[in-house]
Design a protein around this ligand. Structure first.
Ligand SMILES: [Zn+2]
Length: 453
């Protein structure tokens, strides 16, 4: 059996792992590359294996860096099932078509304003391509065994992080390979903790925050301080956010802050995401996966005005009175938040507040590094607004929390592969696993293929 790393090496994006056993190939995750241009260009490369020859895909969760490449795979001839949890299926029905729509909008915008080197600029895939990909999704119950290929069994176990997120263990030829997927946090305010690590021979573990410790500071206090100071200056707080997951967490926190009087109760909050209503419904449907009761879920829908149309979205940009705008995407790589950044980044009264991990090379990472201008849709805009980051709202376990999850393994794996981290984070976690647990551990390279004895 072999394992080939087709992404999430030296980066947190593009998660794709190909398991080969005899003639059978199974792909674990099918994510988009994001961030640095040289990474994004990989999305356009010929796929390293014939998609038609892949028997099935197993998805750990619905974030696009784990699922957003599916429409390309299906377009290139993949015909098999895509196994996932029910909540991942539900979220993918929201996120994948939206991703196709955004890619189409970006291509259209590039053509209209003539700033692409490609004439005409084409989207990586369309909404229609995404809808076709969704037809391949097959729900498997959490904890139940299924067979992604002859002679292979697999099982999904919830991993916290976001609704539906799971670790996947695959058993084949007497060996078990476990993929952590994105690991949630043990004391997340909304999501439940990850399922404890089970026995495995080989382990592929994420390392997004492998070199960091989440600050003990309470994010609610930080959120209150930023929003109320910005409003007091007469400014607008723009929060780039994943539309599903992080946005609900922000709404929950903002709702609590308003009730507690920590931010002005009358301060308008806008959620600029047509997907929000559907997402909130999913929190009610999949209530067993999180800590909010039904009342709290329903309240999420009442904290913010939902911005549905592009016209409403543009009207917000003309308002220059204090408000909070939450809009996708979370790393400011695309989506409606770009238009808000164009409108509000130039005013020193405003704040751009990031609420999650910013992958290297993304606009979010560059803004946080203090760049004084930001390139959007081919043009530069000055940045005079404050740029801040809420430290402790992460949906990922930090280094200590990951080590704690690992240390409860019933036995040492034969080999650990550390992936899904920038180089420094991956190497820091590798060192800790080698030194503190004494497990054989390495960081694989892009397109490296290893034999699993
Ligand atoms: Zn994720």
């Amino acid at each position: 059996m072999t394992l080939k790393f087709l992404g999430a090496t030296g980066t947190v994006t593009g998660s794709k792992y190909l398991l080969r056993h005899g003639d059978d190939q199974v792909l674990v995750d099918c994510g988009l590359f994001q961030g640095y241009k040289q990474l994004r260009l990989r999305n356009w490369d010929a796929f390293p294996v014939l998609p038609a020859a892949i028997r099935s895909v197993v998805l750990t969760h619905a974030h696009l860096d784990h699922s957003g490449f599916l429409p390309v795979l299906v377009g290139a001839g993949f015909r098999g099932p895509v196994y996932c949890t029910e909540a991942t299926r539900d979220l993918s029905h929201i996120l994948l078509p939206d991703s196709g729509r955004l890619l189409e909008e970006e291509a259209l915008y590039a053509n209209r304003h003539n700033f692409s080197k490609h004439k005409p600029a084409l989207p990586l895939y369309s909404e229609a391509d995404a809808l076709r990909a969704l037809e391949h999704l097959v729900v498997v119950p959490v904890g139940h065994e299924f067979s992604p290929a002859p002679g292979m069994t697999a099982r999904l176990q919830l991993a916290g992080h976001i609704l539906g997120a799971a670790s996947v263990s695959l058993r084949c030829g007497g060996r078990t390979i476990l993929f952590s997927g994105d690991l949630g946090r043990p004391h997340d305010p909304i999501m439940r903790p990850p399922t404890p690590l089970g026995a495995c021979d080989y382990l592929v573990v994420e390392s997004t925050y492998g070199d960091r410790r989440h600050e003990p500071a309470d994010p609610r206090g930080q959120l209150a301080a930023v929003i109320s100071k910005t409003a007091a200056r007469g400014g607008v707080t723009v929060i780039p956010s994943f539309a599903v997951g992080r946005a609900q967490e922000l709404l929950h926190e903002i709702g609590q802050l308003k009730r507690a009087g920590a931010i002005p109760a009358a301060l308008p909050v806008y959620l600029n995401s047509p997907m929000a209503v559907d997402a909130t419904r999913l929190y009610i449907k999949h209530h067993e996966q999180h800590r909010l009761d039904e009342r709290a879920c329903r309240e999420l829908g009442q904290v913010a005005h939902i911005v549905n149309s592009v016209e409403e979205s543009m009207a917000l940009n003309r308002r220059q009175t204090p408000m909070v705008i939450i809009a996708a995407s979370g790393m400011a790589t695309g989506g409606r938040v770009l238009h808000h950044l164009k409108a509000f980044a130039g005013d020193a009264r405003n704040t751009i507040l990031f609420a999650g991990f910013q992958a290297a090379g993304t606009r979010g990472a560059r803004l946080l590094a203090g760049e004084t201008s930001v390139k959007i849709h081919g043009e530069y805009y000055p940045v005079r607004a404050r740029v801040e980051m809420i430290g402790n709202l992460s949906a990922h376990a930090d280094g200590d929390e990951t080590m704690d999850w690992l240390s409860h393994a019933p036995a040492a794996p034969r080999q650990v592969f550390v992936t899904h981290g920038e180089p420094a984070a991956a190497d820091a976690l590798r060192r800790r696993i080698s030194e503190q647990l004494g497990w054989p551990c390495r960081v694989p390279e892009y397109l490296e293929e290893v034999v699993l004895e």
